[in-house]
Ligand binder design. Sequence first.
Ligand code: 5GP
Length: 206
Amino acid sequence: MSQQGILVVISGFSGAGKGTLMKALLEKYENYALSVSATTRQPRPGEVDGREYFFVSRDYFKSMVENDALIEYAQYVDNFYGTPKDYVEKKRMEGKDVILEIEIQGALKIKKKFPDTLLLFVMPPSAKELKKRLVNRGTESLDVIDARLKRASEEAVGIEAYDYIVINDEIDTCVEELHRLIQAQHNKTSNRLDFINEMREELTQL
Ligand code: 5GP
């Protein structure tokens, strides 16, 4: 019996390498769909509207909130970010596991709305490595990097709310670890109630 796709939230400090990991995971496995968020932040060089994000004005973002078009949204540093509802629902109905790459406030809202969501937190091997990756990325000014590191230390307080941490030292190993955790989540009893009930029913008829 085909199952509806599950929801997976992936968070991690800015610079932890989530973007690269998601790209590798989606290239390797077919059953995942990555949700594309709406944001009021400006595109970085190389980012394409509709691929990394839907880049929208503050007014448009506000109208999405008012029209209940977002499953969740949050402010991060100086911008708003939100998850469009339609895409997530459509892909789950198709049986795809939908991955939301969002920050901690959004993660907690999703878990509250959909308790069976798997919450994963990607960590760099060390704090020093995190700073190095942010500086090497070269897409943000030093002020923004500082704001993001400050935000990282705030978010570090909430990591216990996640189901698992995944340490991103080596990409391929980390991709396998993510895949394994997501597959295991499919067989959580709360995600298999239909199957379990069917079995119970059949057992009574033997
Ligand atoms: P960035 O500006 O580096 O692309 O993203 C900043 C932060 O916003 C990241 O932690 C990213 O995961 C998070 N983010 C991206 N999209 C969403 C969203 O739709 N909702 C929430 N709550 N956070 C998001």
